[in-house]
Design a protein around this ligand. Sequence first.
Ligand SMILES: *Cc1c(COP(=O)(O)O)cnc(C)c1O
Length: 403
Amino acid sequence: MTSIPFTDLQAQYRSIQAAVETGIRRVLDHGHYILGPEVAELERRLAAFVGSRHAIACSSGTDALLVALMALGVKRGDVVLTTPFTFFATAEVIALLDAIPVFVDVEQGSFNMDPGALERAIEAVRLADRSVYPLPRAVDVAGRKTAGAIAVDLFGLPADYESLSAVCRNSGIFLVEDAAQSFGAQFRGRKACSFGEMAATSFFPAKPLGCYGDGGMVFTESDRLADLVRSLVVHGKGTDKYDNLRIGLNGRLDTLQAAILLAKFAVFEQEAAERQKRAETYTRLLRQHCGTNVLTPEVPAGLVSIWAQYTIRLRDHSNLALQQQMQRTGIPTAIYYPRPLHLQTAFGYLGYREGDLPVAEQLSREVLSLPFSPYIQDDQQEAVIRALAEALAATPQRTATCP
Ligand SMILES: *Cc1c(COP(=O)(O)O)cnc(C)c1O
C-alpha cells in the first residue's frame, strides 16, 4: 500500500508548479524582495475576498496576532481572555505583551469559545471572584483592566460571532478573531477574517491557504488600526523606516512568499470545494463503518467550515491508543491538542489546575485528526476509515465513568 500523507502539499505543488515558478522568477527578475508589488497585490485580493477594508501582510500568523494586540493598545497587566483549546501562539502573544491570559472553556460540539462562559469569565475578572468562573490562582486579577478577547476558529469552523460579539460589545472590550485556520470559512454569509475589531490569519504551509515558509495577515475595517499595523510591522515607522514613532518589530511578509500565495490563491476556491466534498466523504464512511464509537464533526446551520482539519471525537477509546494502533498500519493521524493551554508548563505561572476547564481537558483526550487535503483520493479515505475501524476493534475501551 502506498503511504498516505497527513497533508498532501506535494500533490498541490505538482498541480500548480508552473504558476508558482513563474511567480518566483518574476520576483527574482524585478528584485523587490521586501514589500514588492506582489505583497500589495495579495493584500488587495485577500481584502476583497474577505470583504474587509484593510489587509496587511505579516511575517507569520503569530506576528499578525501580536501586532493586532499591540495596535489595540494591550498593556502590561491587562487581562485578555482566550480559549485553552488552540495552538500555543494564541495565548503566547498575550503573555509576550506582559498581559494576563485568562482562559475561557470551549463548546463540546464546535471546539470553539463558549459565549456563556466568556460572559461569566468577564464577570469573574470584574469581581475578582473565582466562584463565578475559574481564574488564575497565582496571578491576581483584582483591579486589572479587561482589554479584550481572542476567539479562535478551530479546525476551520468559525466561532459563534453573533453571541461573542454581543458579549464583548456589552462589556466594552475588543474582540480579535484568530482565523489562522479559517481563511475561506463562512459565518451566516460573512467570510472568516472579517469578525471582531481585527482578525489574524496564518499562511503556515499546512493552513488552508499556505505559503512555502512563514506568513500571515491582519484584517480590519478601521483606518486607524490599519495604519498602526503598517507602522508596527516596520519597526514602528513614521514617514519612513528611519523615522520611528513607536516600538514595533520586523514583521513583514517576503515578496517571494506573496508571489507563491498569489499562485495558490488562484486555485483556492476550487480547493475549498474539494475540501467540502472530501469532508462529506469522511462523514459518510464513518457513519457506515464506525457507528456510534466515533463522533463526526458538527457544522452548525448557516456556517461553512474550510476543513483545516477533519477531526473526530472518540467516545470510548483513548485517542493516544488509537493513534498508536493506526500508526502500526501506516496511517498518520494527529492530536490537536494533546494538552490544553492552561495546563502547559509555560503557563504554569498562572496557577491553573486540572479540572478548571473540563471541556477542553476532555476534548484533549478524545480528538483525532485524520489525513486530509483537497488532494486526498477516495481509495485513500477508504483505507483510513478501514484502519480506524480495525484500530477501534483492536483497542480496549476506556473504562467507563472515570472521574
Ligand atoms: C497556526 C496557528 C497560529 C500561528 O500561526 P503561525 O503562522 O504558525 O505563526 C495561531 N493560532 C492558531 C489557532 C493557529 O492554528
